[in-house]
Design a protein around this ligand. Sequence first.
Ligand code: SF4
Ligand code: SF4
Length: 345
Amino acid sequence: MQNDIKEEVYKCSKCGLCQSVCPVFLAEKNEMYLPRGRFIVLNNYFNGNNKLSNNFIHDLDICLNCNACKRFCPSNLDSYKIFTIIKSGNKIGTFFYYYKFLLHIYSIFKPFKIQTVKRNKTINKSSEKVVFFEGCYNKYINSSDRNASLNLIEQNGGNTAKIISNCCGYPLLSDGNINKFKKNAEKIINSIPFDCKYIICSCDTCYDTLLKCFELADNTKKYLEKLITLDKYLELKNFDLPKTENILYHKPLLRAENTYLPDCIKIINKKGSATLMENFFMIKHRKEYNRILNKVFYKKEDIQNKTIVTTCNISKLGLYFSAKKLKINCRIFSYYEFLNNYFTK
Ligand code: SF4
Ligand code: SF4
């Protein structure tokens, strides 16, 4: 499989444009955390000039999968994908199993009181059958976002024919475990009812990973046409957005498209990753997390006592812990919890 990406690696022109957007490089100023520096090492490796050290493979994981470099790269290189394939051919991580273990522990002891939204009793039985992809995080930890999302879907014409609670496979990609990722993707694809109109997702990380899952399907186009983020679904339905709230929106870096937001919400996160939960960085790389948090997180004066909403569940968790660590007081909700609460208060 590594041969498949050899050509890709050769495409890097060493222009260095990724320097200006990679949040890890901007914080650490270490070329080994930058696509360019890594592609130089990989070039030499493919030319038979060096071996890949364990340290190098480990450092490939010091990447947030934020897609910032991908969107900026003139050679159109998908760095995170290349790093994942290299990891898969060298040392497969075991974070996926640790993550599953953590989810089970959290679901038993419920250490965070983040459940706020209740499920509406009336359920829509319209002919517009939709699938809601809640993912494992919502299933075990964040039923509030799940309830809010289902309420919004059903109030806006969707008949939730199925809720999929499988893991999207993101922790498997983070481990470089491509074989297991493919099997997991197959399970997800096989569980989607043929006649559903939309596959709706309330988490940007799950959405981005489902795009990768559906690339493996026999009929990729059919699935990609149906996959939609919840805010875009609401936009299709001309959902009336709130007009009076003064809220901040943390836009996850891996989200390429605009979010359907009211004018009263101000977008933040223009320069860095901020949550450091992308690629589970905050959990997997504590040393680096502690070192760079101050440099990439929001300034206290910008978010103190404010309400922040986001469209990514793991970003929400990262915002929560990072603000707590820096002793910043702010309220953090998923965007859909906010919309649901706004219209039911
Ligand atoms: S922007 Fe792309 S082509 Fe330029 S150095 Fe970075 S990875 Fe290479
Ligand atoms: S995906 Fe993000 S963190 Fe990773 S190399 Fe690219 S810009 Fe840097």
